[in-house]
Design a protein around this ligand. Sequence first.
Ligand SMILES: [Zn+2]
Length: 246
Amino acid sequence: MLGSWLFLFYGCPYCFLFPLMSNCWYRFQRLVKQETVGMTMAGDDDGHWRCASCVKKWSWAAGGAHRLVVFGDWNEPRQVFENYQIAFIGEQSEVQNNKINWLKGCKAVETLAGRPITRESVLQMIETLNLETNRRLAQGGIQEVIRQTAEDPKSALEEANCRLVMEDERLSLRGPGCQFYAINPKLRDISVAAITAQELDALLDAAAAGLDVEKGPVATSNQRRIQGEVVSSPGFIRGRQLLSNL
Ligand SMILES: [Zn+2]
């Protein structure tokens, strides 16, 4: 969630299911690895994510270009998400992926609202963003949203010589039978195209105007550079002008 009107989802490139909440995936870990706190976010050598429907492995190579962008108008009085569009992100440059990650960091800082960064406050932040995404898209009436039940990962676990990791329900699925909401872009047989790099930039800059990017992460020179580029972009400046006129 990069704003009240712009969302980005990871999805399964095999069954085209895009869970609304980031914890609606299975986390697999190789049996040889010890279970430790923080293992959910450990590197790819230690574990990986699996689709809760077809239980196939998510990889950047297969799924990176199949991330989904959803944008529209959030109607606050009616609590409805209107005039929305759904598109694949397509192949994006490292520069754009860095920008997306930086904006996610800004949203995280905003959601933490000054609380100290602890394991619990980060988990609460993730939960808040997930519930807010669910509220705006599932309850807000997106027609492509379906209710899904997590399948049994048992045979996939055996095949991959892995165990299921669930160190916190706010991070990954507990097991089969869990219910969750997901976007299936093929549900209505709509053709889902990929947006261009220029279109994505315009969306990101406009979303940035609604975030407190001045307080965004600036720990590295790369982050400071991205911040400088975002706040000087025409889309950001125009967005801030529109917001100041509201
Ligand atoms: Zn799948």
